[in-house]
Design a protein around this ligand. Sequence first.
Ligand code: ZN
Length: 476
Amino acid sequence: MQNRESVLPRLKNIFLNQTRIKKNKHILAGLALFVCGAIVGNLITSPAIKKDTSQQVITLEEEYLNEADYRPSDDLALGNPPEPELRPEPELRDVSIKRGQGMMDTLISNGAKRTDAYNAIKALSKHYDMKKLQIGQTLQAVYDAQGRLSGLNMRKNFDHMIRVNRTEDRFDARLEDLPSLKLTRHVQGVIEDNLFLSAYREGLPNSVIVDMIRIFSFDVDFQREIRKGDRFEIFYERKISEDGHRVEEGNILYARLTLHGKPISLYRYKPAKAHFADYFHENGQSAKKALMRTPIEGARLSSYYGRRKHPVLGYTRMHKGLDFSAPTGTPIMAAGDGIVERASRYGSYGNYVRIRHNGTYKTAYAHLSKYGRGIKSGKRVKQGQIIGYVGATGRVTGRHLHYEVFMNGKQVNPLRLKIPTGITLKGKDRQKFLTRAGDIDHRITVKKQNILLTWNQEVAMNDSGAQDTLPHLQLP
Ligand SMILES: [Zn+2]
């Protein structure tokens, strides 16, 4: 910083002429830093930089120096101006959207003039859908030496910053790329107590664990099926901002649970005609499985879900299922894959079967004349498998199937249920999927090899464990 002394007087003049700001140690330091080629970080997102007044000035000064018609000689020729009016230094202020406030109110309540706020927001909205604005969202308002709103900085997403800048009374917005590194992490471990805690101990962030549980939720009942000694494995994306201050967890590319020695593997893939990527088993079957809405073929829906006068008891009560009228002996199918939770007489339900499909959904079938072959408590069933036959056992006026769907322990209307459809990839889609799955397998193998190769190095590329890949990062 030895050249600071020599450049300061000249810069001081330039700056004072341009902005009429009283000299200020912070500003001078900022200017010197700028001349020295200091890198301006991401002002909004880096807490470390945000508070540093000197660097805030840099951004402002940069704008002036970048003006096309600006010639330093003009300033120098003018000499020192009369002592400028006292104003606080230009300011970057973090503002956040409060409940009941729009962006307009927010800026005005932070000292912006209505027209300035309006024009700045108009410019901003070229790059941002203002309808997506959320309570608590933050942005940076920039005020010039006169205290006028002179710009806005708002992060659009992890990779983009919107910068609104004022020129005279005009506001223009531009989208700035925020460079980042995209990495993949491979993490595996043994489940000691539950998946969440075990995965957390291996350094997986909450958001990724929640995501992992979600993608397995159609296959696994996390309450009951996880046992000590079961294993998990996950391969997912992570983005890191170039300055290393921000981390964004990305998509899970592959995840595997091995429960009682049986592996369930899921790969992320976007089918050709789909709008979104989804997760598929290695055979190309979607992880999301539909529950069949009608677990019986050729039956007539004779009673709907809702309040009705009970045909036997006579008073009005809630009918918590659907009734299907069909001849005695008509086969009834399991609405989805799952485990039989009960297959026995159950009060007014008569012969009754209940299947647990995952942690969220169960289905129940009542008044059966008899049970399907081998159907008993604890038995695993496939979607479409016959679990019983229509009858008239229990408290009924005639033969029918009473069908219930439980969501988180409560009966819901099966006709209103929005359960995603399960698909199986076919043809070219299947070929592409298999290629991609093979590619992911290969990348994981390479990762594992790298871990072994660098095991003894100080900064091991060991991302199978905790957050040791980039030790300097401030991870959330
Ligand atoms: Zn019924």
